[in-house]
Design a protein around this ligand. Structure first.
Ligand SMILES: Nc1[nH]c(=O)nc2c1ncn2[C@H]1C[C@H](O)[C@@H](COP(=O)(O)OP(=O)(O)OP(=O)(O)O)O1
Length: 168
């Protein structure tokens, strides 16, 4: 953390992640391509120009799984810095409201799992640290340093209320 000035940090990309919860189950994806292709994650992706993070979250759920999510609760904010210079600011949402049946698309395979059996060994290295907070409805902001797929350092702060919309 020491050599990064997070107060001046500007991301290369902005992105979203969405976790749909249904009772004791969580909707995940096997991501086929893009950053984190081959891993299990929530649906999500990069924010398009002129789009809000919430609009992006809704669009990505439709594109990746064919579902219509609503009543999104914005709970988490990640600042991922990669040592090669790439960076991505990621907004995490959860919801228990969706329409349609998740289907396989060019981008993802839907994967329902019990919340007590999340396959963290197939996910990004950071997920086991913060996804339990999403399940509990706890808001947070977190900074991460990665070298490729390897997490080098992190700092996570619980928040009293949800992080605001992006300012950069
Ligand atoms: N360390 C990490 N842990 C995590 O859980 N998700 C991460 C992560 N680093 C990146 N992500 C996620 C956030 C976002 O959903 C996704 C990056 O977006 P994508 O590459 O999937 O974008 P797109 O679906 O827009 O793809 P392209 O069309 O290929 O640009 O990776």
């Amino acid at each position: 953390m020491a050599d990064i000035d997070w107060s001046r940090w500007t991301p290369v990309d902005r992105a979203t992640l969405v976790f749909v919860l249904s009772g004791d189950d969580i909707l995940l994806i096997e991501k086929k391509r893009g950053l984190g292709g081959g891993k299990v994650n929530g649906p999500g992706g990069k924010v398009d120009p002129g789009e809000s993070v919430e609009q992006c979250a809704i669009r990505e759920c439709k594109e990746e799984l064919g579902i219509d999510v609503s009543e999104l609760e914005q709970l988490g904010e990640h600042r991922f810095q990669f040592v090669d210079g790439y960076s991505i600011h990621c907004w995490v949402f959860r919801t228990s409201k969706w329409g349609g049946e998740p289907v396989e698309t060019d981008e993802a395979v839907p994967l329902w799992r019990r919340t007590d059996a999340i396959p963290y060994e197939r996910m990004w290295e950071d997920d086991h640290i913060w996804l339990p907070l999403i399940l509990e409805g706890k808001a947070f902001t977190a900074d991460w340093i990665f070298e490729d797929d390897t997490m080098l350092d992190h700092r996570l702060t619980l928040l009293a209320q949800a992080p605001g919309a992006p300012t950069e």
